[in-house]
Design a protein around this ligand. Sequence first.
Ligand SMILES: *Cc1c(COP(=O)(O)O)cnc(C)c1O
Ligand SMILES: [Zn+2]
Length: 419
Amino acid sequence: MKLSCIDCHKEYSIDSFRYLCDCGNLLDVIHDFKSIDSEYLKQIFNKRLADRVSPFASGVWRYKELISPELETNHIVTKYEGNTGLYKTEKISNYIGNRCTWVKAQSENPSGSFKDNGMTVAVSHGYSLGKTKFTCTSTGNTSSSLAMYASLANSESYVFVPNKNISVNKVLQTLSYGAKVITFEGTYDNGIQFLEKYSDDLGLYVCNSINPFRIEGQKSIIYEIAQYLQWKLPDWVIVPGGALSNVSALGKGLNDLYTLGFIDKIPRVAVVQAEGASPFHKMVENNQETLIPNPNPDTVASALNIGDPPSWKKGLRTLEQTNGITVSVTDEEILNAKAIVDQSGIGCEPASASTVAGLKKLVAQNVIDSDETAVCILTGNLLKDTEILKKYHLESNEEAHFANSIISAELTIENIKKL
Ligand SMILES: *Cc1c(COP(=O)(O)O)cnc(C)c1O
Ligand SMILES: [Zn+2]
């Protein structure tokens, strides 16, 4: 294993403890997969499904050979993340207008979002290097996840949280796990720039998605979908785009599976952004050479409220590798799709529902056929943003098409019968 620049391809050792190339671009983890036998590994991966207590019981570390083969097992910091449900429901399919839509509920992760898939690898790697002070900047879920793993590793975490457009629940979760939470005037983008510059001086190990080990862990989401479906992936994978780390990991994971012979066809990827924070979609739609940051991102989907996604070049690579597309959806579309996902019994936070809203739109536009198969990645848990739930269900609002308000009634048999 080594690190390599995505742009100039300069190489670094994996112990070099750096996130950026000298040229300023992001790094990739490059594996030496020469000795991989995919048929043999499929058997190993299937056997590990029966394991409940070793690190291989994790839905990330089950695939250790494809993620971090050289890490010593006793350095793994895990909460058996991954292992999340893959569902098909009539309610969601009908809403989208597509008969075969799966949803992958990353919301079922231990801290309630897919950030756990990547964070277990970043923290384990830091731990193996002897790091005991971890940091990130985040609109919420990355902080909660980091705080959880840092505490699990008996280490400290320092998280930098913008003071606007964030969810109270996520901050409270982070505080509860014991992180030091520092809030600042500015956006996620300002926080990232600060850490890129000063984390070394501060002696902090950065666990944002500029950390290439996060991406390695997040590849497991597509590995798991593939394994659950007997290594036959749907035609489309629909993923939300914020910082674009998940999109990047998806492309890298698909590329691994295809080049190693686990799958014989690469699905197409559709990246969904929220209209108020959609610089990546705009770049693709307008055929721009480079991403033009949005200095004032503004969407109700806090996890997507990012105007200058650090991983846009990796995201673009995913589109190239998968013949991928982008689409944007409004906050109203997101919240109504979320209500449907919630009422289907699965539940998710607003950012996640952008995938359902995006797929619905793409089916309506005939970009995706109603009988093509698709999987929407649901990234975060229903309880991550209760302020939004309160607004949607309890404050009368014309745009909330599926609001479900509380009924107050005097407890008499006649009253309740009538209801
Ligand atoms: C982080 C996050 C996203 C965005 O993922 P990126 O990798 O930043 O593009 C989407 N949904 C949820 C719930 C998240 O926590
Ligand atoms: Zn470089």
